[in-house]
Design a binder for this molecule. Structure first.
Ligand code: ARG
Length: 476
């Protein structure tokens, strides 16, 4: 026989089957079971400490909550739509196991603050894991930068050859993006790490609870200030999704370049076979599906952000059932980001950079034109004038099908008398790179410095994060 609903009291009729199915969230919120039980145990301990229930009652409840967790983990507990959500499923099972006394657990609590607690506990783990995986990606990027400190490639603007850069400098650009992503995740963690429990339905409770104690049990450094705000607040979920969307936009940009670079037109990289797929019709194909999917999956994360914003934009205070719709977008975003980062850290070392091709390509496209103009500036020519002169030299070279370094001194002098024999030492890719010593520039010395600094930053982060992830075991 189906157990009666926990809120059945004021109803004459059983719930319509369609309504039951439409309103159930158990098929997606059951993944919160661990957090739900952890929260209930802390709540129960607090109730006993505050003498709202007895210590014996608390022990019995806590012991059985532990058993329910094991039942769920072993697949022994049937979770079905009639139970509505994970909160009711656990409570119902508790009452089934220990009778009336199980009904004391929900004293001074509502599902409205309970669901917020579960989501905050869950998100704390997601944020920690995201940061760990980001760290892995960053470490890989720094390692690749170190290994490619001497590789010169064309730098692009408008996807046209602009100036030569070090491949290491390019890789460190992504390191910086992920550094900001990490800071956003850390920032979000601070606002997530606040205890919502004890706000009850929306107005607080008449029982003499001690919210600080519950916070302490669950490792929250502070409790929320306003009960109405607390049960309707989903900012932390939106913030996470916004940070995740920006992160995915970075991954997507990198993915786009990996795809482009593996074309026969660019041929800058080769991705290991194990990370590529073939075509069912064209035998010659080796496709970069992994970066393509990374680029593609950014779309759903952006969409989830829009869902959450739209979900909350016109909600009157405080809790409304609409808010149940926050879970699937957040779970989907978390799963997508975690899986993407996990794979990205594995993919990066599988890329073979074709150094010769990169340098060869860097020689094309008058990439040293700025250096030639800068040379004139050093000889006292105003930059705007120098820019014009070099523009004319480039135009003539195009007409005569030759490169800047093929011009004779006399030819150069015919454009401007300031050109001297020392100009040829300058028309060299390595020289052009290493002249750019301004802070944040591509000179080897600067990139080495950036890599050194990054190593220190990553080391400190590793030490700080180390203790935090044991609980999740990498799986959420
Ligand atoms: N499943 C609900 C949710 O996800 C839990 C809170 C339900 N509260 C209520 N008053 N119906 O939001």
């Amino acid at each position: 026989m189906m157990a009666e609903k926990l809120w059945q009291g004021r109803f004459d009729q059983p719930t319509n089957k369609l309504v039951e199915e439409y309103s159930a969230s158990i098929h997606f919120d059951s993944r919160l079971y661990r957090y739900d039980i952890e929260g209930s145990i802390a709540h129960c301990r607090m109730l006993a400490e505050c003498k709202i229930i007895t210590h014996d009652e608390a022990s019995l409840i806590i012991e059985n909550l532990g058993e329910i967790q094991r039942e769920i983990e072993r697949g022994k507990l049937q979770l079905e739509s009639s139970q509505e959500d994970i909160h009711m499923a656990v409570e119902q099972r508790l009452i089934q196991k220990i009778g009336e006394v199980g009904g004391k657990l929900h004293t001074a609590r509502s599902r409205n603050d309970q669901v917020c607690l579960d989501m905050r506990l869950y998100l704390r783990d997601v944020l920690c894991l995201t940061r760990t995986l980001l760290l892995d990606v960053q470490k890989t990027l720094v390692l690749l930068a170190e290994q490619n400190l001497d590789v010169i490639m064309p730098g692009y603007t408008h996807l046209q050859h602009a100036q030569p850069i070090l491949l290491a400098h390019y890789l460190m650009a992504y390191y910086e993006m992920f550094e900001r992503d990490d800071a956003r995740m850390a920032d979000c963690y601070g606002r997530t790490n606040v205890l919502p429990l004890g706000c009850a339905a929306l107005a607080g409770t008449t029982f003499p609870i001690n919210r600080e104690l519950t916070a302490q049990y669950l490792g929250f450094p502070k409790i929320s200030a306003n009960s109405i705000d607390t049960v309707s607040d989903r900012d932390y979920l939106i913030e996470f999704n916004a940070a995740a969307a920006i992160l995915m936009s970075h991954v997507s940009r990198m993915a786009e370049e990996l795809i482009l670079w593996s074309t026969s037109e660019f041929a800058f990289i080769d991705i290991n076979d194990a990370f590529c797929t073939g075509s069912s019709i064209m035998p010659q194909k080796k496709n970069p599906d992994v970066p393509e999917l990374m680029r593609g999956k950014s779309a759903r994360v952006f969409g989830n952000l829009m869902s959450l914003l739209t979900l909350t934009k016109a909600l009157p205070l405080a809790y409304n059932r609409d808010l149940q719709e926050d879970k699937e977008p957040v779970f989907d975003t978390a799963d997508t980001v975690l899986n993407t980062l996990r794979l990205l850290a594995k993919l990066l070392p599988e890329i073979q950079f074709k150094r010769e091709r990169m340098v060869e390509e860097a020689r094309q496209g008058f990439i040293l034109a700025t250096d030639l103009a800068d040379y004139l500036v050093h000889k006292g020519v105003p930059f705007r004038r120098a820019h014009h002169v070099v523009g004319q030299i480039v135009q003539t070279c195009i007409q005569n099908c030759k490169n800047l370094e093929d011009c004779t001194l006399d030819e150069l002098k015919s454009f401007h008398k300031a050109f001297g024999p020392d100009v040829f030492a300058l028309l060299d890719l390595a020289n052009a790179v290493n002249q750019r010593t301004s802070a944040g520039g591509t000179a080897t010395s600067r990139v080495e410095e950036a890599v050194r600094l990054a190593r220190q930053v990553l080391q400190v982060k590793q030490e700080r994060l180390d203790g935090k992830f044991i609980k999740t075991n990498g799986k959420i």
